[in-house]
Design a protein around this ligand. Structure first.
Ligand code: PLP
Length: 591
């Protein structure tokens, strides 16, 4: 394949050097020329050579690079992301290239384009990237043509990709309602303009202004292994090369479905879809078809996606009939929706006794995550199970957040209650668009083509999401201590936040389950929407701003869960608490 004069076998590589460990072997003119752009683009640069140029010497003194003034040793390659072999000994350069490639390190040999696995024409620098060429095919290149083509491509790209939070926002505002593709991203609840994320790695994200944040949003809980986990990224890269969607059956669907079934015994059969919303919508249709009933009962503060019938506000106190909480939802659509306060045993009993025989389903987040984290009263879910069985309604656990987060088998694995239908999403799709509804086999038989409940999807169960989900669950399974460690980190942060708030006399109540928590600025327990909405939103907005300015990104709303991942280290937790201490000190000063 020849592209615009580029000979087959040479592929452009865009190296984002931010935080990458770069080793330059050699201290002469060429090595200096290599080291300079690396430093300028945020690489963590080490130069190893017995003698180095004046420029390198100065960079070393200024602390911009690490200088090892000695001959190269093989152990120097350990932990490096990128190596530049730039000594004046071609044989040594070649040997370094060979060894680095064996270790899967990107390596560039300055004296020869045919060694190493990429080259870096000096002219191909951008503001924040180094444009390089992979030399996998080892074919000769007419460099003038190649550079011209890359310049052309690069300048097109530069024009296409907006850079900087402010530029992105002004362009996004022309394109998307509120400049966003999901409302919470607008940061309106905390009175600030939003950030645009350039990339994520592990527990951190970097925004379009180049600022790094410790991320406690983690794609709203979808990334339990952190950003770009090496196993997931590798699996996805392999899958992309094999095809991104077939619109046909493929074995990865089966592998992932078998894993889901193994961990969620209540799911005997399932259907894969593309989002939690879609899964909930389909499960409601199925529940209505299975029971021949129309009504559904949901709990105030539980979010089940933007399904028409479930976009309903709770009225004040007790039991209310649903009033749509979104324009564009006809009252007829929510007329059959009954809303009860979460954790209110009495109101729940009353509602079930009054409407139990008319109910197709009761849907609940077994641990609520969408009014902030709210834990279920010990009898609450049991009551739902007993009454739904008694009245022949289906019990639906929406485990879009809790599935594979609070344990490998979600909250149902911890509380021992078997729902009739379960909704999964987020983690089950490994960070790609995904959803599942599933449950008893006899119920799932009603879904087309076996039964008459129609539901379909072009991209449903697509190979990327299924591969990412399968890989993510496999990594979780392989680490038997994963959930204990995650629970410990959650405890450390929860306890730490409580102690810091107490030391500054700030009212703070923290609810938490494994890998998720919400600090509410109130001194009273938060058990439902009434108590959640009584918390101090202004204090949370200030806390958010103070944390953001200290490099910690938490949800831009007081009624969302903070999410932790396997990539959050103990150091990250300490950093978060240090930032929280600084933030609360500033807040207490102004109170
Ligand atoms: C419990 C719960 N159910 C359903 C959904 C909807 O999922 P999605 O955003 O993938 O449509 C969400 C989204 O956050 C959720 O938290």
């Amino acid at each position: 394949m020849a592209q615009g004069g580029v000979t087959m076998g040479w592929y452009p590589l865009f190296l984002n050097l931010e935080g990458k460990r770069c080793l330059v072997v050699g201290g002469g003119k060429v090595a200096t020329r290599k080291a300079l752009p690396l430093v300028g683009k945020g690489g963590v640069v080490t130069v190893v050579a017995p003698r180095v140029s004046e420029i390198l010497e100065r960079l070393g003194k200024e602390g911009k690079i690490t200088l090892w003034k000695r001959p190269f040793a093989w152990s120097d390659l350990e932990g490096q992301d990128i190596v530049f072999a730039a000594t004046d000994d071609p044989a040594l350069n070649a040997a370094i290239a060979e060894e680095a490639q064996k270790r899967n390190i990107l390596v560039n040999v300055s004296s020869s384009g045919n060694q190493g696995n990429f080259i870096t024409p000096a002219c191909l620098e951008t503001e924040d990237l180094l444009l390089a060429l992979s030399t996998k095919g080892k074919n000769p290149v007419r460099s003038a043509t190649l550079k011209a083509w890359l310049w052309e491509t690069f300048s097109e790209g530069k024009e296409r990709i907006p850079r900087g939070n402010a530029t992105c926002l002004s362009r996004a505002l022309q394109l998307f309602p509120g400049g966003v593709n999901s409302p919470v991203r607008s940061f309106r609840a905390v009175g600030r303009y939003p950030v645009f994320i350039r990339y994520g790695k592990g527990s951190h994200v970097v925004d379009e202004d180049g600022k790094t944040y410790l991320d406690c949003i983690m794609s709203w809980g979808a990334l339990i292994l952190g950003h770009a986990h090496p196993r997931v990224a590798k699996a996805l890269a392999e899958q992309v090369a094999l095809g991104t969607s077939f619109g046909m059956n493929h074995p990865l669907e089966i592998l992932l479905a078998e894993k889901i079934r193994e961990h969620f015994p209540s799911i005997e059969a399932l259907r894969m879809v593309n989002s939690g919303t879609e899964a909930v919508m389909s499960a409601l249709r199925l529940a209505r078809a299975a029971t021949g009933r129309k009504k559904v009962l949901k709990f105030a503060g539980c979010y089940h996606g933007h399904v028409d019938a479930l976009l309903v506000e709770s009225g004040s106190g007790g039991l209310t009939f649903g009033i749509p909480s979104s324009l564009g939802v006809p009252e007829e659509y929510t007329h059959h929706t009954i809303v009860v306060p979460y954790n209110d045993l009495e109101a729940t009993r009353k509602a079930l006794e009054s409407f139990g025989r008319e109910l197709a389903a009761v849907i609940v987040e077994p641990v609520a995550g969408n009014m902030g984290v709210v834990l279920p009263h010990p009898e609450f879910l049991l009551l739902l199970r007993q009454y739904t069985e008694q009245y022949g309604a289906l019990l639906i656990f929406d485990e879009v957040i809790t599935g594979f987060r609070v344990s490998l088998s979600g909250y149902q694995g911890l509380c021992g209650i078997r729902p009739d239908l379960t909704i999964l999403g987020k983690i089950a799709g490994g960070g790609l668009p995904f959803g599942v509804y599933g449950g008893k086999r006899e119920l799932m038989r009603l879904v087309a083509p076996e039964g008459g409940v129609y539901q379909a999807g072009t991209l449903s169960g697509n190979p990327l999401a299924t591969r990412a989900g399968y890989t993510t669950i496999t990594v979780l399974e392989e680490d038997s201590a994963f959930y204990d460690v995650l629970a410990e980190k959650t405890r450390m942060i929860t306890q730490g936040l409580r102690e810091i708030a107490a030391s500054f006399h700030l009212p703070l109540y923290v609810n938490a389950a494994t890998g998720m928590l919400t600090p509410f600025f109130t001194s009273l327990p938060v058990v439902d929407t009434r108590t959640a909405f009584a918390t101090d939103r202004g204090l949370y907005a200030r806390f958010f701003q103070e944390l953001l300015s200290r490099g910690v990104l938490v949800p831009p709303s007081p009624f969302e869960a903070w999410f932790l991942s396997g990539a959050h280290t103990s150091k990250d937790c300490e950093r978060l608490l240090e930032a929280a201490e600084g933030a609360m000190r500033a807040m207490a000063r102004d109170l």
